[in-house]
Design a protein around this ligand. Structure first.
Ligand code: F6P
Length: 531
C-alpha cells in the first residue's frame, strides 16, 4: 500500500491548496456566482433520490481542481478497493472493514470469499427477519404467555445510536402498537424510569453489544434481570423469552445465560459504529418491518455502488469529504455543523458524532507516526428551525468558521404543505443569508452580516427507508475518504480505552487507595462524603 511513504502534505496538491488558502480573503461566494452562471449546476450532483448542492462553498474552480488532485494523489482509490475486497485495513486490530458486505447482494461478489461472506450475512439477516416478524405478529410470547408490546434495546455507542436514530427517523413506517425504547446511559435514572412505565409480562429486552463486555450495557441488563425477578418472580430472567442477545460474541452471550436460539449474531468485521446494518438493527426491523429494513439496506447498497463506481468529480462522498478537508486543513475550521430541517432527524448529529469523531479523531498515521496536520473536525448540530433560535446567531455574526450541512426531505408524508413550505423556506433562507450577508446601516455595526459563510444542502426526495440508508452510507463513506487522505486508521477507537481502564480502577475494591491526581482524589472524596 502507498501509505508507507504517503503523507497528504507531500502531495503536489497540498502546497497549491495552501497558496489558494492564503488568498481566500479575496474570495467571495456571491462573486463566484456572478462570474459563472453555471455554478449552481456545476457544483451539484445527485445519486438515487439524493441531491447535493455544494455551490455555496468558498471554493473556486481552481481550488476544486486542486482538491480533486489531492484525492487522486492520495491512496484513496486503492484504499477503497482494499476495504471492499475485505483486506485488513483496520491495521491496529488486524481486521477487515466490511459493513458494506452487510447490504451487498450476491451479484456484487467478485471472489469466492465475497460469495461466502454474503451468504453468511443473508443467513444472519434471515434470523433477524424471523425474530422481528414473530415479535411484530404477536407470536413472541413472554413468560406468562402474553405477546410482546414493548422492546427495550439496551446498548451503547454503535449498539444504540444507529438503531435509535433509524427508529426515530422512520417513525412514519413504525408498527402501530409495538413500542421501542432505547437505554444506553449507565445513569440508573434512565433505565429505572423507563422500566417503571412498562409491563414486564409483555416486555422484551434486546441486549445489544458487539463484544458483550461493555460495562454500561451489562449493568443495565442486570437491572432489567432484577426487575423481572422482582415483578414476575422470574429467576434468571436472562434465560427466558424476555431476553434476546445481539452480538458478535455469542460465547459471552451464551455464558451470560441467553438462549442459543435467541442470540442473533453478526461478524467481527462489522465495526460497532457501522452495526445498524447487522443484527444490532433488530429494533429497526421490529419497528418498520423487515421489508422496509431491507429497503434501508438497499439504499445503503446503492450508495456503496455509487461510491465505488462514480468518477471522483461526481462522487458524493468524495465531494463532501474534500470540502471538509478544505475547511479543516486549509481554512482552519475547527468544527462542522449538521443541521437537518426535519425533526425526525434530530438524532442524526449525535449519530454522526460517533461515526465521524470516533473514526477520524486520530493523530497517528497508518505508518505509526504523529500527524502534522489537522484530522477529524468537531461535529455538532441540531435541527432547524430550532437551531435558528439558539446558535444561528454565532453562525451569522460570530468569529468562528463553521461550514454547515443542511439536510431536508423535499416531500414529507407526515407533514402538510403549509408546514413543509415554511420549514424548507427557512432552510433556504438561512443558507442564502449566510452566503450573501448584509452591510450594516450607518453607525450600526451590530447589524452587519459578513456573509461568505459556506454550506452544503443535501435534499432527499423523501425520508424513506431507502433514502435514509443512502444518507447514512453517504456519511460513512465521506468519513472513509477523509481518513484515507489523512492516512489514519478510521476503524479503531483506542482513544476510549484509557478512560475505561481508569473507571475500572476508580470503581475497584481498593478505589479509595487508588493513586489519582489530587483533583480527582478530592472530587472522589467529596462524592463519597456527600452520597
Ligand atoms: O467504547 C467505544 C465502543 O467500543 C464503541 O466503538 C462501540 O460502539 C461501543 O463502545 C459499544 O460497544 P459494544 O457494542 O461492544 O457494547
Amino acid at each position: 500500500m502507498k501509505h508507507k511513504s504517503y503523507s497528504p502534505t507531500k502531495t503536489d496538491a497540498w502546497p497549491k491548496l495552501q497558496s489558494q488558502a492564503d488568498l481566500v480573503n479575496n474570495l467571495s461566494i456571491v462573486s463566484l456566482f456572478d462570474a459563472d452562471s453555471a455554478r449552481a449546476s456545476k457544483f451539484s450532483t445527485n445519486t438515487g433520490e439524493l441531491f447535493l448542492d455544494y455551490s455555496k462553498n468558498l471554493v473556486s474552480d481552481q481550488i476544486w481542481q486542486e482538491l480533486l488532485n489531492l484525492a487522486k494523489q492520495s491512496p484513496l482509490t486503492e484504499h477503497r478497493a482494499a476495504m471492499f475486497a475485505g483486506e485488513a485495513i483496520n491495521t491496529t486490530e488486524d481486521r477487515a472493514v466490511l459493513h458494506a458486505a452487510l447490504r451487498a447482494e450476491p451479484e456484487d461478489a467478485s471472489s469466492e470469499n465475497d460469495r461466502q461472506r454474503i451468504a453468511l450475512v443473508k443467513q444472519q439477516l434471515a434470523a433477524v427477519k424471523l425474530a422481528s416478524e414473530k415479535i411484530r405478529a404477536g407470536q413472541w410470547l413472554g413468560s406468562t404467555g402474553k405477546a410482546i408490546t414493548d422492546v427495550v434495546n439496551i446498548g451503547i455507542g454503535g449498539s444504540d445510536l444507529g438503531p435509535k436514530l433509524a427508529v426515530n427517523a422512520l417513525h412514519e413506517y413504525s408498527h402501530p402498537s409495538i413500542r421501542l425504547h432505547f437505554i444506553s446511559n449507565v445513569d440508573g435514572a434512565e433505565i429505572l424510569t423507563t422500566l417503571k412505565g412498562l409491563n414486564p409480562e409483555t416486555t422484551l429486552i434486546a441486549v445489544a453489544s458487539k463484544t458483550f463486555t461493555t460495562q454500561e450495557t451489562l449493568l443495565n441488563a442486570k437491572t432489567a434481570i432484577h426487575w423481572f425477578e422482582r415483578t414476575l418472580g422470574l429467576k434468571d430472567a436472562q434465560t427466558s423469552s424476555h431476553f434476546i442477545g445481539l452480538t458478535a460474541n455469542p460465547t459471552n452471550a451464551l455464558a451470560y445465560g441467553i438462549q442459543a436460539d435467541q442470540i442473533l449474531e453478526f461478524a467481527e468485521w462489522v465495526g460497532g459504529r457501522y452495526s445498524l446494518w447487522s443484527s444490532i438493527g433488530l429494533s429497526i426491523a421490529i419497528s418498520i418491518g423487515f421489508e422496509q429494513y431491507s429497503n434501508m439496506l438497499a439504499g445503503a447498497r446503492e450508495m456503496d455502488l455509487h461510491f465505488q463506481q462514480a468518477p471522483l468529480e461526481q462522487n458524493m462522498p468524495v465531494i463532501m469529504a474534500l470540502l471538509g478537508i478544505w475547511y479543516s486543513n486549509f481554512l482552519n475550521a475547527e468544527s462542522i455543523a449538521v443541521i437537518p430541517y426535519c425533526e425526525r432527524l434530530l438524532l442524526l448529529p449525535s449519530y454522526l458524532q460517533q461515526l465521524d469523531m470516533e473514526s477520524n479523531g486520530k493523530a497517528t498515521t497508518l505508518a505509526g507516526e504523529p500527524v502534522n496536520y489537522n484530522t477529524g473536525p468537531i461535529l455538532w448540530g441540531q435541527t432547524g428551525t430550532n437551531g435558528q433560535h439558539a446558535f444561528f446567531q454565532l453562525l451569522h455574526q460570530g468569529t468562528r468558521q463553521v461550514p454547515i450541512d443542511f439536510i431536508a426531505a423535499a416531500q414529507d408524508g407526515l407533514s402538510n404543505d403549509e408546514h413543509h413550505r415554511v420549514l424548507l423556506g427557512n432552510m433556504l433562507a438561512q443558507s442564502a443569508a449566510l452566503m450573501s450577508g448584509q452591510i450594516a446601516p450607518e453607525g450600526q455595526q451590530h447589524r452587519y452580516y459578513p456573509g461568505n459563510k459556506p454550506s452544503n444542502t443535501l435534499l432527499l426526495k423523501e425520508l424513506s427507508p431507502k433514502n435514509f440508508g443512502a444518507l447514512i452510507a453517504l456519511y460513512e463513506h465521506k468519513v472513509f475518504v477523509q481518513g484515507s487522505i489523512w492516512n489514519i486508521n478510521s476503524f479503531d477507537q483506542w482513544g476510549v480505552e484509557l478512560g475505561k481502564k481508569m473507571a475500572n480502577e476508580l470503581l475497584g475494591e481498593n478505589a479509595t487507595n487508588a493513586e489519582f491526581d489530587p483533583s480527582t482524589t478530592a472530587l472522589f472524596k467529596y462524592i463519597a462524603d456527600n452520597s
